[in-house]
Design a protein around this ligand. Sequence first.
Ligand code: PGA
Length: 245
Amino acid sequence: MSTEKVVVSNYQEMAARAAEIVLQRMQEKPKLVLGLATGSTPLGLYERLVESYKMGKTDFSQVTTFNLDEYCGLAKNHPQSYRYFMDKYLFSGVNIDYRRVHFPSEVEDGDEYEQKIMEAGGIDLQILGIGRNGHIGFNEPGSDFKSRTRVVDLTEMTIKDNARFFTQPAEVPRQAVTMGLATIMDAKEILLLVSGSGKAAVMERLMMKKPSVDVPASVLHSHTKTTIIVDKKADGGQRDLPSSL
Ligand code: PGA
C-alpha cells in the first residue's frame, strides 16, 4: 500500500503536522497548486497557515487553489457556502491572488473545472477530510472510483441535517458539485486529516485496506503519495476537537 499513516496525539498536533507539510511544499514551490477542503477538520491547519503568513514566513501570492466541492445554487457570499468558509478561514487572512482561487461551482461544468486544473499543471497537494461514511468531497458511498468533477444529488439525510442552517426550507441546497474520486487521485500528493472518536469507526474500515466503493476514501490506497494524519482518538478513542469548533 502506498498510504502512510502518521498517528499524532491530538487535533492540534494533527493541524501542526499538516501545516508543516503544506508550508514546506510552498517553500519548495512558490507556485504550488493546492487542493482545499472545508469542514471542521482542516480549520486548525488554515489557522496555522494564516499565522505563518502574518509572521511574514510564507507567501501565497503565486499559489493557485482548487476547492474540492461546493453546494449548487448558493451565492458566493452565502454564509453556508464553502466559498464563504474559505474566505473567512483562509483567503482573507493571507495574500492570495483571487484570480487563482477556483471553485467547481464557478465554472460552466465539471469538464471545465478539470480543464482548469490541467492548465494549472495539476494539483500538487490535495487536503482532504473524511466523512463518517467514508466520503471524500461529496463522493458518497457507491461513487465510482473513475468519477470526475460532476453535480451530485445530496442525500435526504444531508438535506435534512443542513436545514437548520437556512431560514427557508426552499433555500437548502439539494445538489452539490464535487471533484470526482479520479480527479482527487490525479493529485500528486494527498494529505488526509482525521480527528476525533467520531471518525474511529470509519478509520478502522479505511485501514482494512480493501478498496471498496462502500468507503470512497479507500480509493486512496492505490495512490502513490498519500499521508493520513490521524489523532489517537480517531485511531481508536474519543473526539478531541477544540471547543470552539
Ligand atoms: P468534518 O467533515 O471535517 O467537519 O468532520 C469532514 C467531511 O465530512 O468530509
